[in-house]
Unconditional design. Sequence first.
Length: 321
Amino acid sequence: MTPRDVSSRSARGATGESPRSLSEERSDETKRRTPSGRDVSSRSARSTTEAATATGKVWLVGAGPGDAGLITLKGLRALEAADVIVADRLGARGVLDGLAAEGIHLTADIVDVGKLPGHHAVPQDAINALLVQLAQDGKTVVRLKGGDPYVFGRGGEELHACQAAGIAVEVVPGITSAISVPAIAGIPLTHRGVATAFTIATAHDQIAALGGARDHTVVLLMGIGTLAHSAITLARGARGEDCPVAVIEDGYGPRQRVTVGTLATIAHQAAERGIRSPAVVVIGDVVRLSPYAPASFAILDLENFDPLAAPGGTTRKAPAL
């Protein structure tokens, strides 16, 4: 197989159709309701209930990959009801900007606690303390987290910190980038006859312990800095160095771009193209199903596909570290 690089397509997906605006899809009834179903036509109506308790509440809300159209309805209602939004950089910022562009103006104060790779301007302990303090001050707080709060989002730590302080917490799941970003590149994580399982990991983990072959999809988050090491490690196992790999940069964002290669080539391609975070790495034969994959990767007969009989299906020795 000869790998090739493929530039990004529209973040709107393969159909080319623009989704309806959020403001068009939301009914008047939806606009008036909070996550608990209470009327929020005015702040004063809600504050009457809140005044009865000295302590507020924290909502852990998953923002998804950053497209405002992908936040859940319950998550949107929580944002509308919030006094303060404590927001991540990835995913959360895109949702807030997208809602504003749709004419949905939130009244909450926004506190930015976003993290950059290798640089956490606000330590996690400080974020935990902030959530507790705001709730103790009687605020309704939304902790808006990229993706899903419980998928490498440290949402469990924030939940436990609030519970230890006697703060009520409710979790609103989000769409993790580990699933949604490959999807926009046309890559299903499982597919009948091609892949029957998948594992989500970070490149900071000991991926050498990951079992399975190319029919077991691996999704790496936060893995660009250690991509070369990860590729070599996985190539040494049953996947082999010809195992297909896709890197999707800035999924749903303005810099969205897809690069397709193999475990043997992807590190060189990443350096050559200047691939940078945020990015999701997908490893396995499901990459062959992407419209971004080169013709040599194509599976011509899905009904009778055998990963070991496919080009590069046998294990080959990977280069030394």
